[in-house]
Ligand binder design. Structure first.
Ligand code: HEM
Length: 133
């Protein structure tokens, strides 16, 4: 067997996209955009004044969601993102703000492979827009 054949495939999207540093960078950029761009003022206003807990929590959630370390899911057994957001008043405008800020954050961090990053961006955008009522 050649070295190429025996080399283990990086199997998960989390690993292939660059792992912890990339997921941390996406979350940091997402909350930086939310804090600084007035286009996301309504989304920002829904969150607690201190975004530090979210800056810690979102990358851990996304990591597990993308096949990486599952500590967020282990700390939140049975907690589903859709039901977690159900009590919130999320309209199409604010869901669009979430989706757009995330799409921008991913585009700016520009992880490789680009097609996988684009797919993640699209799925997260759809998830956010699907939370609107
Ligand atoms: C659709 C628009 C969305 C709105 C308006 C929204 C809003 C919020 C708010 C207000 C919180 C509570 C945080 C705080 O009080 O500071 C929260 C928590 C959270 N949201 Fe969203 N969210 C949205 C979509 C999403 C999506 C699509 C995801 C992931 C795919 C997500 C992931 C999370 C996570 C991981 C938490 C923290 C849960 C925890 O660890 O306690 N959110 N969200």
């Amino acid at each position: 067997m050649s070295a190429a054949q025996s080399a283990p495939l990086s199997s998960t999207p989390y690993e292939r996209l660059g792992g912890a540093p990339v997921f941390a960078a996406i979350a940091e950029r997402f909350y930086d955009l939310m804090e600084t761009d007035p286009a996301y003022a309504r989304l920002r206003a829904m969150h607690a004044p201190d975004l530090a807990p979210m800056r810690a929590s979102l990358p851990r959630f996304l990591a597990g969601w993308a096949g990486g370390p599952r500590d967020w899911f282990e700390a939140n057994p049975g907690r589903c993102m859709m039901s977690l957001h159900k009590p919130m008043t999320i309209d199409a405008d604010v869901a669009g703000q979430w989706a757009e800020a995330m799409e921008r954050a991913i585009a700016e961090v520009a992880p490789e492979p680009a097609d996988m990053a684009a797919a993640m961006s699209e799925v997260l955008g759809r998830l956010a827009r699907g939370m609107a009522r």
